[in-house]
Write a protein that binds this ligand. Structure first.
Ligand code: NDP
Length: 287
């Protein structure tokens, strides 16, 4: 039976770490504040927003919800981002994507200053993921993968990690973060040949493809650590990951569940990045 890499203990530890930091900021009259920008009412976005608001409230972080109509023109979306960038009372911004196709997402993202980019949406933040990691923040999901590995003391140095998925939200940034931690990383994608074989050879496999239960026992070998980033719905409408948990869990050494794994830690990373953004802003002001 595999060790379950549950998100809850990670979330609880992060909350214990953040509580005194939020108190210190509040003592200096700074309420760490997260702006959530949403266009339209996609059920996934609404559900994530509700979860984020609850998590923020429990930590003493304020949330400003910027809810835009699904047909909002480019100029108005840009104006909303411009306001967030110039509002000293907002420390972090979470933008639900993808934006509708008539809006240039890249133009909207680039209006956010990297200091408030708590989810790695600006080129400055993403560039930093590939260099020293000091500008802006990495995408919260990529950061959640690292946080979960660290929490459960999974060794990274010299280990072979296979990341399946090469999006800018998960696959690429988590690969670069692991490389910075001295892991050896293989990035796979939809055109990779012999994927099962490559996965079986890894110490750690991170699945981020968005295909419900596509990774069965053929992809894994005993003792491996498996992170399942996928958030999918099966044909019965049940939430599930990319990994066929029931078949894979008896085989591997450790595995994240879905739900209750990477997703729940991702929400906490949003909060952790917001608090850190507020701290950085405070330090900058006092310099
Ligand atoms: P994308 O669709 O942007 O990327 C999917 C990646 O998977 C692509 O690189 C694609 O390859 C690769 N892929 C698709 N099919 C295969 C295949 N048959 N074999 C190997 N690789 C394949 O998705 P995201 O990165 O945004 O998200 C991935 C999953 O993670 C989704 O389920 C999403 O819901 C979930 N997610 C979860 C979050 C969380 O907080 N837990 C947050 C963000 C996402 P190619 O590049 O060749 O097309």
């Amino acid at each position: 039976m595999a060790t379950l890499l549950a998100g809850k203990p990670v979330v609880e530890r992060l909350a214990r770490n953040l509580a005194p930091r939020v108190e210190r900021l509040k003592a200096a009259d700074i309420v760490p504040t997260l702006a959530i920008v949403r266009m339209g009412e996609r059920p996934d976005d609404l559900s994530y927003e509700r979860t984020a608001m609850k998590r923020a409230e429990s930590l003493g972080i304020a949330v400003r919800s910027v809810a835009l109509d699904e047909f909002t023109p480019q100029s108005v979306v840009e104006a909303a981002m411009h306001d967030i960038t110039h509002d000293a009372g907002v420390h972090g911004c979470l933008l639900f994507r993808p934006l509708p196709s008539f809006v240039s997402e890249s133009r909207v993202c680039e209006l956010l200053v990297p200091e408030k980019d708590i989810d790695g949406i600006t080129l400055a933040s993403l560039g930093s993921v590939f260099t020293d990691g000091r500008t802006g923040f990495p995408p919260c999901t990529a950061a959640a993968c690292i946080e979960i590995l660290d929490h459960y003391s999974v060794p990274l140095v010299g280990k072979h990690v296979v990341v399946v998925g090469r999006s800018l939200v998960v696959g690429k940034p988590v690969s670069m973060m692991l490389l910075r931690r001295n892991a050896s990383v293989t990035i796979c994608h939809s055109r990779t040949e012999h994927l099962e074989e490559i996965c079986r050879e890894a110490d750690i496999v991170i699945c981020a493809t968005g295909r419900a239960r596509a990774f069965d026992a053929e992809f894994f070998s005993p003792g491996q650590t498996v992170l399942d980033v996928g958030i999918n719905f099966d044909t019965h409408g049940r939430l599930c990951g990319d990994v066929d948990f029931d078949k894979v869990e008896p085989l591997v050494g450790a595995i994240t569940p879905v739900p209750g794994g990477i997703g729940t830690v991702t929400t906490s990373m949003t909060m952790a990045h917001t608090v850190e953004a507020a701290e950085r802003a405070q330090a900058e002001r006092s310099e």
